[in-house]
Design a protein around this ligand. Structure first.
Ligand SMILES: Nc1nc2c(ncn2[C@@H]2O[C@H](COP(=O)(O)OP(=O)(O)OP(=O)(O)O)[C@@H](O)[C@H]2O)c(=O)[nH]1
Ligand SMILES: [Mg+2]
Length: 542
């Protein structure tokens, strides 16, 4: 019961105050208060009976409020004792929200299952955006005169550390509004009338995308992927103006998805309308025809649009997603991309027997039975919002997407993504506010790293210090692990800030692919136990 609610039915009047009758009996005539709370002069027997009854009811309500407040205080105290606070950090698209999803899937599966349906609009939007990306490339090619002769030649690879090129790798964006400028090779790919017809038939998807964005509604925003124009650096304000791109984002995916929790008064957004799903369903064969067309594939390859490596890639699942009555699977939700804006607080109470309390021997009132996870927006303009959360967290899970060694930041195309991640890690390690907490690093997106290396992309072309080491996943992971450890060691060698030596901090590093829910569940168990162990170890010294 809230305080507002408890008081509302009995507004105090000049005769009846919230003061309990108990006090009026104890009052002395000399007490000025007694004059205010004394019964009216010449009160009739009926009026007295009514007043006494009213005062008794007020007393009952007042006692109930006191009890409620006492209970709330005790709950808070108890919760504080069992609550673990974790902050997810890392650049945009590093996998923070995906880790949160894995955590909820593993430790609160009943709640997770109940929310699957809410993700339908997001998965549909991801699929539609996949198609629109292809249509943009197609349109660009079809707008060229047929016999266009374009000089050949390929662009140089990006360098590491940061070079000064301003073009950016198309793989770093899942959604672009401006079609990429076609490479000479792409301009040579021959298309036919069939492609023009597909382009035309699939054009209603632009309206479908708009509708789906509207469904996701007030909590969502189709805004600039970032504001490099505002000049944000790794954690502060340093970069100059750059061209902007747009990506669909949410201020709060709790409210955007209509989940309970954030703003209970906000109207729940509609489900994707039947007509939206019907349009999608009717275009199923055209979407598949587009995606399976060999000329289109050749065009995408020539244009270097590696759509299958992008976030929220759902084209192979078209038949399933466009089927009537589609409900997203666990895996769909984990792979769905919805950019986070600001900082989202998630409370996860570990469900019994869900690999949560049951498996660990944790009692429901012990430390670790409830987790508060802060999921932050990772792009540069949002990093200033992280700072207030640095205080009083038990652990940081830092997401380092190591497949991004050849990619550039969406918000500042001059900056290599891996370099940005390492700078961010340095800033986290150096932060005096974080000296007391456990650090966990996920060297993430190992699956994508493997695919890239197998496709022949050479790490040493983008990261000169990698030298002549073999271009293999294990070697790259080991090399980068050492880089992260080196930064820790360098910090430990510098004078300790805030009275706690950086060397005393426990740091765990894991190679992960957090879209693999099974493997991630096992990693999360180890991480959870490690964080709890660390806390208990320190608590013993307090
Ligand atoms: N293949 C693969 N995809 C991943 C992995 N981790 C995350 N992703 C995908 O990458 C996309 C971005 O992940 P998010 O968790 O949304 O990234 P984020 O760090 O929360 O990004 P912001 O909200 O912009 O800060 C999603 O579509 C994920 O499914 C991974 O290990 N492998
Ligand atoms: Mg996110």
């Amino acid at each position: 019961m809230s305080r507002r609610l408890a008081h509302a039915p009995f507004p105090p009047t000049h005769k009846t105050t919230a003061m309990p009758a108990r006090i009026s009996h104890r009052s002395q005539l000399s007490d000025p208060l007694s004059a205010v709370i004394a019964p009216p002069v010449g009160e009739s027997a009926a009026a007295k009976q009514a007043r006494v009854a009213r005062e008794a009811e007020e007393q009952r309500v007042s006692d109930a409020i006191d009890d409620e407040l006492r209970r709330e205080r005790q709950d808070r105290k108890k919760r504080g004792k069992r609550e673990v606070k974790v902050l997810l950090l890392g650049q945009s698209e590093s996998g923070k929200s995906t880790v949160l999803k894995n955590f909820r899937l593993k430790y609160a599966p009943a709640q997770w299952k109940a929310e699957l349906q809410s993700w339908r609009a997001v998965v549909q939007l991801n699929l539609v955006q996949n198609v629109l990306t292809i249509l943009d490339v197609l349109q660009e090619r079809l707008s060229l005169p047929e016999a266009t002769e374009v000089p050949t030649g390929s662009s140089p690879p990006s360098s590491f550390p940061t070079g000064s090129r301003t073009s950016f790798d198309s793989t770093i964006s899942d959604i672009t509004t401006a079609p990429p400028a076609l490479s000479p090779a792409a301009a040579k790919v021959q298309l036919s009338q069939k492609h023009r017809i597909l382009l035309l038939r699939l054009s209603p998807l632009r309206k479908v995308a708009e509708d789906l964005r509207r469904v996701l509604g007030a909590g969502a925003d189709f805004s600039n992927a970032d504001d490099a124009a505002h000049g944000y650096g790794v954690l502060d304000d340093t970069g100059p103006a750059q061209p902007k791109r747009k990506e669909f984002a949410v201020r709060g995916w709790i409210s955007a998805l209509g989940l309970k929790g954030e703003d209970e008064n906000r109207p729940v957004p509609d489900s994707p309308t039947d007509s939206t799903s019907e349009v999608l369903s009717s275009l199923r064969d055209d979407i598949l025809a587009l995606w399976e067309d060999t000329d289109v594939r050749a065009l995408l390859r020539a244009a270097d649009v590696r759509i299958e490596d992008r976030a929220g890639f759902f084209l192979p699942d078209t038949a399933r997603i466009t089927a009537p009555g589609y409900v997203p699977s666990d895996n769909d939700v984990v792979r769905a991309r919805l950019r986070t804006m600001g900082v989202q607080e998630w409370r996860v109470v570990l469900e019994q027997g869900a690999g949560g309390l049951g498996g660990s021997g944790l009692a429901s009132d012990s430390f670790g039975a409830e987790w508060v996870i802060y999921d932050v927006g990772g792009s540069r303009s949002m990093r200033h919002a992280w700072l207030p959360y640095f205080d009083a967290v038990n652990a940081i899970i830092f997401l380092a997407p190591i497949s991004c060694f050849d990619e550039r930041l969406a918000e500042d195309p001059r900056v290599n993504r891996l370099e940005d991640t390492l700078l961010l890690w340095k800033a986290v390690v150096k932060s005096p506010l974080l000296r007391g907490c456990t650090l966990v690093v996920f060297l993430n997106k190992c699956d994508l790293l493997k695919r890239k290396l197998q496709s022949g992309i050479m790490v040493n072309r983008h990261m000169l210090s990698f030298g002549n080491r073999p271009n293999e996943v294990g070697v790259v992971v080991k090399y980068l692990k050492d880089k992260f450890k080196d930064i820790l060691r360098a910090d430990a060698a510098s004078p300790a800030l805030g009275g706690i030596s950086a060397a005393a901090r426990t740091t765990y590093l894991y190679a992960t692919s957090v879209t693999d829910t099974k493997a991630t569940a096992a990693t999360l168990n180890i991480v959870r136990d490690g964080i709890i162990r660390e806390h208990l170890k320190h608590a013993e010294f307090v």
